[in-house]
Design a protein around this ligand. Sequence first.
Ligand code: CA
Ligand code: CA
Ligand code: CA
Ligand code: CA
Length: 359
Amino acid sequence: MKFVFWVTVGLLTLAAAAMIPSDRDADAIFHLMRVHAVVGGAGGNANIQYVELRMTAAGQNIVNGQLIRFYDAGGNLTATFTFPSNVAGAANGSSILVGTSEFGTNSTVAADFTFMASNMSPTTATHPVNAGAGRVCFVGSADCVAYGNFTGSNAGFGSPAERLPSDGHCALTLTAPTGVHNNLTEYSLETAAPRNNAGTSGTLTIAENDDDDDCVGNGTDNCISTPNGPDEASTAGVGDQTNTDQALANAGASITGDAFGNACDTDDDNDTFSDVVETAIGTTVLDNCIGGPGPNGDAWPLDNTMNGVANVTDVSTYKGKIPAAVDETHPKRLDLDNNGVLNVTDVNKYKGKIPAACG
Ligand SMILES: [Ca+2]
Ligand SMILES: [Ca+2]
Ligand SMILES: [Ca+2]
Ligand SMILES: [Ca+2]
């Protein structure tokens, strides 16, 4: 009986310790966790959302009462989720998956918890992820990811990651974790691969509506077959649907814009000289004129004197130089058809187009 007594006392002591963790215990039960993935909509349905946390050490499963906080683009707190219980899986690398009810009906894997009135504040915030721009924090480990054009404080987490779309099957995912946090470099948009605490991975089942998997739906993608979405934002002149000719036209340039993003447009500045030719002769592919708007410089192939006007002076530049192969004294800059020879074909490019000013 004495043995049983002491075992009972011991178990009670352990139970009490688990119920009232000391600060040191607390460090070991839910603090070593990162926000692994955030989905703010899928297939054009903004209600299909989830947050996946991942443990970075074993034993981080005592999450009962812990919080996930959601912020809007301006950094205002819009919703708080409170974990209603612990989870069983405690191995290093274990996931904890929390999703909306619509996630549950559009996924092959079940979430561990559902955002619902009983665990949300306010109770109506059952779709808490702010798509586009916002921030998600797991308070227990003080880990946060901001994304999109987030203007609130993100101290300690560097620059916001890419914009969070509601199209495709796109999850803002922790792909390159570093000790010194920088959301922009740590997170990228990847195909959603939700995994729950039991270790079951799944996929979203809603129609993808995004042929090129760039997280921009076909209905609004200005290059349906060429990735040019938020994940390509760091590729100059390509990502985030960049459409230079339309932007220049909107800013008052003397060209018309088109519906094609630069990623699938053969003439990004619509100055009638293709990107291939302009790159070959050295003029700017993303501007139509030496003057504003745009980056300026040598931008208009017809204006080889760079004075903002294409006229007989530019044609005169060819005097004594044609016909001849491009060489040191026959500049490639004048090879307007990019065939390696300066001749009348290049001069003919001026026909019917001069005099004209760009702008
Ligand atoms: Ca797309
Ligand atoms: Ca695209
Ligand atoms: Ca265009
Ligand atoms: Ca051009």
